[in-house]
Design a protein around this ligand. Structure first.
Ligand code: ZN
Length: 272
């Protein structure tokens, strides 16, 4: 099946200093990241070499008072690359959260924001994020949210908190990372209720986040318009092509390949 073009809905790019710290964190946690030396240019180059021609680029602030700087860095780095759709960051403790969000959306024209509930220690329904959600919903931009209990369960992640977010903002455009693992069934069950809710395949099924191939096939067959291919580059333990082939083989027709590998993520980018 020719899936062209291939868009990757989940790539992380950080400035070099932070990227090195992230690699060191995963190494300490026992991950064998495949190429733990790649910096921003090389990461995007690796994706392109593998056949990706457009992508969502995600960044997140693990502490307050760095989000504005990270967003500006990402904006600068992406200049001249219209194929990159940027998801910036705010930290819930940023005193100027709303102004950071406005700068990212209105001045930098970011596609939206990444919220990493696990790393940022914030529940998705935390009222401190309300100004962000209102702006994103108004402007028909989107969020990529890591709210699943894998790979670390804590008191910030889980489908229960996520349900409360969607009840409050039912029109919000949201891409849940890693199919919402480990509560995949519960996240899938929300799809029919919310027209702009998507799940991505970042690193799944993979070495850390395994789901049986038949289950992935079922999910895609039932919701072909809501699943977005993503790699999780550069935090990958397998070759990109190996993971991608697994996702692709779970798509049973060429039309579904096109949905999962570019059409669905394009709807988010276009605010459709
Ligand atoms: Zn990720």
């Amino acid at each position: 099946m020719d899936p062209k073009p291939i868009y990757d809905g989940h790539i992380h790019i950080f400035p070099g200093y932070w990227q090195q710290r992230i690699y060191a964190w995963f190494k300490r946690a026992g991950w064998s990241v495949r190429n733990p030396d790649r910096m921003e240019e090389e990461i995007w180059q690796d994706a392109k070499t593998s056949g990706v021609s457009a992508a969502s680029i995600l960044i997140y602030a693990h502490r307050p008072n760095i989000a504005r700087e990270l967003n500006r860095w990402l904006y600068e780095w992406s200049q001249g690359r219209p194929e990159l759709h940027l998801y910036g960051t705010v930290h819930p403790d940023d005193p100027d959260l709303e102004s950071i969000a406005r700068e990212a959306l209105d001045r930098f024209q970011f596609a939206g924001f990444k919220i990493h509930c696990n790393v940022q220690k914030v529940r998705p329904d935390d009222p401190r994020l309300d100004p962000l959600y209102r702006l994103v919903q108004e402007r028909k931009r989107s969020l990529v949210v890591h709210v699943g209990t894998e790979p670390h369960q804590n008191s910030f992640v889980g489908v229960d908190f996520f349900r409360r977010l969607m009840e409050k903002y039912p029109e919000l455009r949201v891409q849940v990372a890693h199919l919402g693992a480990a509560e995949i069934d519960d996240f899938v069950a929300l799809l029919p209720r919310y027209p702009h809710l998507y799940l991505d395949t970042a690193a799944i099924p993979g070495t850390r986040l395994w789901v049986p191939q038949e289950k992935l096939e079922d999910i895609i067959a039932c919701h072909p318009d809501r699943i977005i291919y993503g790699s999780d580059l550069p935090i990958v333990e397998e070759a990109l092509e190996v993971h991608r082939a697994r996702v692709m083989s779970a798509c049973k027709t060429e039309a579904v390949v096109a949905q999962v590998f570019h059409q669905n993520v394009m709807r988010l980018w276009q605010g459709d």
